[in-house]
Design a protein around this ligand. Structure first.
Ligand code: NDP
Ligand code: 2IT
Length: 447
């Protein structure tokens, strides 16, 4: 088996050797899915996984725009249309200086499995730009988004490819992107998700990824007759996903003690309660400030510069910032501090080493493609409401989100339960995600 997997990975490396994040994501899937393929004749010998690692289409384009000082800026834009066997391409747009083809291909690849797990008919894609929104004025953001969409619009559509937000792309950016799409196409359609409530957005979409990550953790804890009540939670990030993961943790009776950004983390031993969280939301979403400013408002807390929060004692860890933010040493610290549950809000935040340590210690560990799928699932619900020209209540959407997270959890158990009863959520999510897409690809022939 090892040889079959390494032969496959060698093939993938020949074409993608210079793309470490993409190879990391493919390796994790190959190690769990290939043993399943080998045992099932319907998939064996059909090169299904080899087809799945090749994007159906990769669009790369120039984005030129003019900054506030009149200087002409040039960025690179991308859209990776990875797999549309079970539905139109669906996935976020990331604006961050580190964006490149490797990062977007890993995200698009993960998205295919994640979207399949949601139970909704969505293929996988991802896009973005190496544009850095930090320090840019609202007008610069608008001009950049308009320039970006003036090319992207010809590659997307409500039945083709439906982008959404990700790092650096929130409701403000979705608004500017939607405005330009609507103008160019002379069409008001559900071509983007994460829209504002008065122009086609869904209630609960802003909350969905963070809430879903916590709902998934709740499902995992329930397998051990446990819950969030009284637990200490460590969260990384302070953006969209982190904020609502914190809010839901608090609503379930837990104590949240950290948040972070790329400059460092804040630790509040008294707990970041709902009022303090409101301050963080205003600081990050309206003032676009830094998390270190928290300690000015709450002097009993501390800011630890340049570090991640994984050394802080906790029961539950929710990595909600970015890829590879939690390594093997961090996992060791979490385990020795008694952490029993890790639910990934970000995409691929734990390195391969870290995951191995969590698995060896047999704690509850959920990979992002299962635990953060609530965001895209609620995007799917936004698309449904747009098609129906209808609007569900907050309670209706939240209930559907909860049900979807439960179903994803169930699928992970179905495909991931080991002989000793331990649930390997990585294996479960990868195989469950694979089966649905592979079946659709086989049914549709070699296209
Ligand atoms: P935001 O832009 O709202 O927030 C990102 C947060 O992560 C910020 O606090 C940011 O800090 C921090 N961060 C970003 N890059 C780094 C880095 N290199 N090192 C340390 N911290 C960093 O993004 P989201 O909250 O939307 O996304 C967070 C994660 O969740 C990503 O992995 C994303 O792919 C994933 N995700 C998002 C979904 C969504 O619906 N939004 C759905 C599913 C997954 P700083 O301000 O300093 O950059
Ligand atoms: O990684 C993700 O799932 C997202 N950024 C959300 C994608 C979406 O289409 O809502």
């Amino acid at each position: 088996m090892k040889e079959i997997i390494s032969d496959f990975l060698d093939l993938v490396k020949v074409r993608n050797g210079h793309e470490p994040e993409f190879l990391q994501a493919v390796e994790e899937v190959a190690e769990t899915v290939i043993p399943y393929i080998v045992k099932h004749d319907i998939y064996y010998g059909k090169n299904v996984l080899l087809r799945m690692v090749e994007p159906e289409r990769l669009v790369s384009f120039r984005v030129s725009w003019v900054d506030d000082s009149g200087e002409i800026q040039v960025n690179r834009g991308y859209r990776i249309q990875m797999n549309s066997a079970i539905g139109p391409y669906k996935g976020g747009l990331r604006f961050h200086p580190t964006v490149n083809a490797s990062i977007l291909k890993f995200l698009a690849f993960e998205q295919v499995f994640k979207n399949s797990l949601t139970t909704l008919p969505m293929g996988g894609g991802k896009g973005g730009s190496d544009f850095d929104p930090k320090g840019k004025s609202d007008n610069e953001i608008m001009r950049f988004c308009h320039a970006f969409m003036s090319e992207l619009f010809r590659h997307i559509g409500p039945n083709t490819d439906i982008p959404a937000g990700d790092i650096g792309v929130g409701q403000r950016e979705i608004g500017f992107l939607f405005g330009m799409y609507r103008k160019l196409k002379n069409e008001f359609t559900g071509v983007l998700t994460g829209k504002g409530l008065t122009w086609g957005g869904s209630l609960i979409r802003p909350e969905a990824t963070g809430y879903g990550t916590v709902y998934f953790a709740e499902n995992m804890l329930r397998t051990q007759d446990d819950n969030f009540e009284g637990k200490t939670v460590v969260i990384s990030g302070s953006g969209n996903v982190a904020q609502y993961a914190a809010e839901k943790s608090l609503q379930l009776g837990a104590k949240v003690v950290t948040l972070s950004d790329s400059s460092g983390y804040i630790y509040d031993s008294e707990g970041i309660d709902l009022e303090k969280l409101k301050f963080v939301m205003q600081l990050k979403n309206e003032k676009r400030g830094r998390i270190s400013e928290y300690i000015k408002e709450y002097p009993n807390s501390k800011f630890v510069k340049g570090e991640t929060p994984w050394g802080v004692v906790c029961d539950i860890a929710l990595p909600c910032a970015t890829q590879n933010e939690l390594n093997g040493d961090d996992a060791t610290k979490l385990l020795s501090n008694g952490c029993i549950c890790v639910s990934e809000g970000a995409n691929m935040p734990s390195t391969k080493d870290a995951i191995k340590k969590f698995h060896d210690a047999k704690i509850l560990f959920a990979p992002g493609k299962a635990s953060n799928a609530g965001g895209v699932a609620t995007s799917g619900l936004e698309m449904t409401q747009n098609s129906l020209r209808y609007k569900w209540t907050r309670e209706e959407v939240d209930q559907k989100l909860k049900e979807i997270m439960e179903e994803i959890h169930q699928s992970c158990i179905e495909y991931g339960k080991d002989d000793d009863g331990y649930i390997d959520y990585v294996k479960g999510a990868n195989i469950a995600g694979f089966v649905k897409v592979a079946d659709a690809m086989l049914a549709q022939g070699i296209v």
